[in-house]
Design a protein around this ligand. Structure first.
Ligand SMILES: *Cc1c(COP(=O)(O)O)cnc(C)c1O
Length: 360
């Protein structure tokens, strides 16, 4: 029986990537070594890291005036690392609060700066993205922070907000590489790898180079973007194996036709699942405003939550894994990242229909 893994993260990886990693596990390209055993300063690993960066730049059309960093600490570390690197002389950060991950970023930033909530969707339980016209930006903010895909709430920006000359910073952990983006509209993009890129332990930071001179003096060297940019992200030992796997994922994405091609598949997958939810007559409910629904993370509730256990048990028996919703919200969540084939979404929809027939 094929198994489909709907985990929000660490999450499904392309089978082809895992097979290739298995093939190369004991002997990478005739080197006689596993990638895990290589010095990060040796020619073999340097070639792996350089290829990964070049492919990521190709996938997202990252221009030369941006640094690409492969760091550690995850997106949660970036909640502290971003203010340390960007505050400079400024005192205020603007945030748009769209849910749980925004809230975490806000809480951490308060240790470093005054936080101004420029817009929030809390009034309707974080089920939408506040329209840009409603944002009240401060004139003197160090930057504007958004979470462009709320992994728990299932809310995604389907537009790039214009914020003038203030740098726009985005936590893209759960939808980076799911669609084309215009990197030039952002000051900083960051993402933990374990949703749509590779294994846990790697953090991607894409930062416009003119922003590299704003770090607070207390910034730890390993989190100091300028120092890391100058050291090719090797000021400390980088997460070498995670970088290698991410590199294989980038190659896989290029072979799929790049992010525009994967976006078309992601749109089709999301449509399939949302259509099933919307056609269920309220048996399944997704509360997010249609225009702001995430293509990557689809939370849904059963009208009768006493059926949750039976739904999950039957799903498990059909090889549909890790559908239990986040502990803070309950219900179900299907994460349908790049590596989730449409067959997996179809199998989930088939199960949803069957379950409704027998329990509706
Ligand atoms: C998963 C996630 C995080 C947390 O990432 P860590 O790697 O655990 O630090 C932060 N932001 C978003 C949007 C996420 O999806």
């Amino acid at each position: 029986m094929p198994v489909f893994n709907f985990s929000a993260g660490p999450a499904v990886l392309p089978k082809e990537v895992l097979k290739r990693a298995a093939d190369e596990m004991l002997d990478w390209h005739g080197s006689g070594m596993s990638v895990m055993e290589m010095s990060h300063r040796g020619p073999e690993f340097i070639s792996i890291a350089e290829k990964a960066e070049a492919d990521l730049r190709k996938l997202l059309s990252v221009a030369d005036d941006y640094a690409v960093l492969f760091l550690q600490g995850g997106a949660i570390a970036e909640n502290a690392v971003v203010p340390m690197n960007l505050l400079g002389e400024k005192k205020t950060i603007d945030f748009v609060n769209t849910g749980e991950w925004s809230k975490k970023s806000i809480k951490e930033a308060k240790k470093y700066a005054q936080v101004h909530i420029a817009a929030s969707s809390e009034d309707r339980n974080f089920t939408y993205v506040p329209a840009r016209e409603t944002w009240k930006l401060s004139p003197d903010a160090a930057y504007v922070h958004i979470c462009s895909n709320e992994t728990i709430g299932g809310v995604e920006y389907h537009f790039t907000p214009e914020v003038g000359s203030v740098p726009l910073v985005a936590d893209m952990s759960s939808h980076i590489l799911s669609r084309p983006i215009d990197v030039s509209k952002y000051g900083v993009i960051y993402a933990g790898a374990q949703k749509n890129v590779g294994p846990a332990g790697l953090t991607l930071v894409i930062v416009r180079k003119d922003l590299l001179d704003r770090a607070l003096p207390i910034t730890p060297s390993v989190f100091h973007w300028k120092e890391q940019a100058e050291a090719d992200s090797m000021l400390n030992t980088p997460p070498t194996y995670a970088i290698y796997i991410a590199g294989l994922v980038f190659e896989w994405l290029l072979a799929q036709g790049g992010v525009a091609a994967i976006e078309r598949k992601n749109i089709a997958k999301a449509q399939l699942l949302y259509d099933a939810i919307d056609a269920s007559g309220g048996f399944y409910v997704n509360p997010v405003e249609k225009k702001d629904r995430s293509r990557m993370n689809v939370p849904f509730r059963l009208r009768d939550e006493s059926l949750d256990g039976a739904f999950l048990k039957g799903a498990q028996a059909r090889g549909l894994l890790q559908l239990k919703g986040h502990r803070s919200v309950g219900g179900m969540r299907a994460s349908i990242y790049n590596a989730m084939p449409v067959e997996g979404v179809q199998a989930l929809v088939d199960w949803m229909l069957e379950f409704q027939r027998t329990h509706g």
